[in-house]
Design a protein. Structure first.
Lengths: 217, 217
DNA sequence: TAATAAAGTTAGGTTAATCTAACAAAAAAT
DNA sequence: ATTTTTTGTTAGATTAACCTAACTTTATTA
């Protein structure tokens, strides 16, 4: 069985390798993502390699093995199911679910997760619009289009958010954006990418950084 | 904030001090209850005293302070609410809830527990018939009568069970005993306390040890 | 009450997960 | 093609939570 710490490493590695082109991660990158020092991470990498969760040579890049991906996706599944539970059943807000799910994702009980899945009606997406893997394994629905790629005078539907930090999600909520809502792009400032948008009749101006974190179609 | 380990010590101490006459516990007793060595426990006792959760002098008995009791009951509350959730909402059986609740009780989020309490309809008892403390604090409903104290040819209602081990609970279920069901005591063997009982028309013979673990009225 | 047993303590050691400081290798820039 | 910067590694230390072995205090019993 994996320790909570090991689980967190696998989850972080999964995230990084999915974001990066070649499915690779580096020691410093991983350390930053876990708020740890590279030296600490280096020790753990040896352990994870030993346990066959990662493939990795000295001074080389890190990749997850099939086993590592399996465990990583398992944690993501638990995280997203718990987020859905908190949001749907316990009336947690969008930005509150993540922190508690970070703890709940480490509970060890296959039965618990499968029963929770059933109780929630086998949801396909979590409150942030991210897909929930089934108990069989990976589900990979790739959103490609971001608000930053939008064009003037077009209307788009919000599918998911990229950043799950509570600072960002509170901002998102303030602008009136929810999952599946429609955003009309009024105008885009070519100089700095600032965007004038309208959501349910409410007008706002958002930064390029903001627009890089909203998935649309 | 308390570590999971510290929480387990406080929970065990609460249990022991409630069971013992004078509200006291001993190092070896506590060690046995946690499946640890006395030397290990001794170290932790110093830490818990330092943090003002227990009162305790070298070679003396251990008692919980008001602060220690408060935390201890908080963990019991969480444990029993999660057990109720697993039993009521996720269809876990009587004997399966304990193990998973042992993990869930350590999740840190006041909001989570209060929302869970609300979601469950502010239950007063967990699936074993044990009272659930409110968010204000301690609830102490003392059952005094055990099946072992029953008399021949009388019928009793089951209020709770004392032992929560899955071996015992599976046995209880096999005999047909549920919370609030009625047990008719047909006869009692004076030599060894063996008891012939009937539950919903189903006849069984149970040992004195068994009868010492069923609360009745 | 003295001997024995039980309960509790201390000292020293282990492992997992972290750190800092110093070093080595690889990549980027001049 | 050197130098510099970035990235990654190693060595040695720390802390929490555990252990064993040896010891001390308190309680029990003969």
């Amino acid at each position: 069985m994996l320790s909570q710490t090991e689980e967190n490493y696998l989850k972080a590695l999964l995230k990084i390798t999915l974001d990066n082109e070649h499915g690779e991660a580096g020691t410093n990158e991983l350390a930053a993502s876990l708020s740890l020092k590279p030296a600490t991470v280096n020790d753990m990498l040896k352990k994870l390699k030993e346990k066959q969760f990662i493939a990795y040579e000295k001074y080389g890049k890190i990749t997850l093995t099939a086993l590592g991906k399996k465990y990583g996706w398992g944690i993501v599944r638990k995280h997203r199911l718990w987020e859905t539970f908190l949001f749907e059943k316990l009336d947690f807000s969008w930005d509150e679910v993540h922190e508690v799910a970070e703890q709940l994702e480490h509970i060890q009980s296959v039965k618990l997760i499968d029963k929770l899945d059933q109780f929630l009606g086998y949801p396909s997406f979590d409150p942030h619009g991210d897909p929930i893997p089934t108990h069989k394994g990976v589900v990979k629905i790739q959103y490609k289009k971001l608000l930053v790629d939008a064009q003037e005078n077009e209307t788009y539907k919000v599918l998911a958010v990229k950043d799950n930090s509570s600072a960002f999600l509170q901002y998102v909520a303030k602008v009136g954006i929810q999952l599946n809502c429609h955003i009309k792009v009024k105008s885009i400032q070519t100089f700095d990418g600032m965007m004038h948008i309208e959501v349910d009749g409410k007008k706002s101006t958002v930064s390029q950084k903001f627009a890089q974190n909203i998935f649309i179609e």
